[in-house]
Design a protein around this ligand. Sequence first.
Ligand code: SF4
Length: 590
Amino acid sequence: MAPALSLALGLAYLCSCGSALRISPASARAAAPRMAYSKVNVPTAEESRKKNPTAADRPSTSAKYANLLPGQRDTKKNSRQRIMKKKSYKRGGNPFDRAIHRDVSQKMSEQFAGEIVNQMKEDTFREVTVGEGDRSITFVLAKEFGFCWGVERSIELAWAAREAYPDKTMHITNELIHNPGVNDLLRNKDIKFMEKDATAVGGKRFDTVGEGDVVILPAFGASLEEMELLDSKGVTTVDTTCPWVSKVWTTVDKHQLSEMTSVIHGKYQHEEAIATASMCETYLIIKDLKQATEVASYVMQEPGCLTDEEFLEKYKHAASPHFHPRKHLKKIGVANQTTMYKKETQAVGKLLEKAMMAAHGPEKIKEHFAAFDTICDATQVRQDAVSELTDASQSEDGSPLDFILVVGGWDSSNTCHLLEIPHERGQIGYHVNTAQCIRPDNSVEHRDVDGNVFVTENFLPLDRPARIGVTSGASTPDSVVQECLEAIGMLKKLAAGVVAADVAVPASAVPATQRASKAAADEVTDAASTETAPEEAAAAVQWLAERGIMAPPSTDGDAAVEAADDEAAADPELPMQAAAPPGFEWGETF
Ligand code: SF4
């Protein structure tokens, strides 16, 4: 459009870069250049359309790819596959020497097994009772729980890579899986976790990776940009992406070919959702049914729905940069983060399908909407099993559970969803990530369904038999579950020592923060020095100490108590009885 010039009124002259200059009519008349219209090459309508095609002028995907073989198309799938076909890209079941894979599988079975867990698995009712009388605990295991094959495969590949390249510098782009123990195991094998840095390209310190290094991609995959960057660096890539995640990528490839926007049910900050989004041409990530309802309302243009501006503002971090709701919600395909709650994904799909029907008519639904079931089986069966466990506990003829223990990383999406099921049905559940969450003062540190981590006291009934349901996330080794169950068992043993009142735990085993006073501590020390402490309680303390849950027992009780008291005194902020249960009196009950 020509610049606006109103000389008579002395209005602002708008130059082509948009700045405004106020000039008087007379000076404007003098300064105004004569326009040489004949020198302006006005593009023809056809030329303009070619340069800046509207949606109507842009060739359809089918027209664009009409004369190209599938492998010649400029799709994200093809970009990904070009990298994956290289010799330096290791993926699949056994990319290394078979002997290495066999050896690593054997070591994994030894490292990650859990004895109590195995006993429960073998029992017809999946139960095991430890202890006797009031000190007994019956653990009831969910039918499906723990490591999924995708995670096992991922760990096995990463571990085998270390064995195959013992002298290479090795990196991993992210946590292999969301389990602190497994990630520590890899760190101990000198596999470097790439540092996150918001200012660096791709948000990570890729500059630490050198040519010839080995880089592992985690179970939930890596973005296409990361894959391309690593490819350009000449590294050997070990891809441990779970095939279920790749299945979602295949789904979004189909959306791209049908010119659909991929609506991903997931969390936009989650690594898997980031990787999946990178494989889409156009995407929008919605985290729950509430957001799906908002999108559906926009699609149907219901009164009160988000305006374009509100939509763009709200989803600015969760949509592709060129996304515009008015343009990109006409044809949508639903995909998901594999670990989302299955029923919610289904509900999101149904809701959006109905909205598209309302907007475009049922007869055109296939043209405007597509949904494929990409929820991973492992996630689904674990969710079903914890539902069953909860239902059995709450049925009239069932044996009620005191609580369900959910074991797994606090940032593990599939584990977090396992807690939601008992929570929705009013069954108490505690999500712990390691055995250290279970504390000797009978409190438990746990994460709730809203993501808050806090401590609940007196979580285990000590004066009667307990019955506890057990499940664990797909990234949790049985050995971690085992440690948690043992820690709970130890609480009963410790309590037995307390109730007998003739026993005590060595004073040094009592955390300084829990000691009410030096006098009380001395009482504990005296008791600890007697010959009457039962072996069970002492063994319990030893066990807890070995796992860093308690301070180790010392033969020099007084010295240990004094050292611990000094520690407490040195920090005036230390709550002396913060972790002690209500009504707790030192020397009387511990
Ligand atoms: S939970 Fe499912 S998608 Fe995730 S690693 Fe396991 S099998 Fe794969």
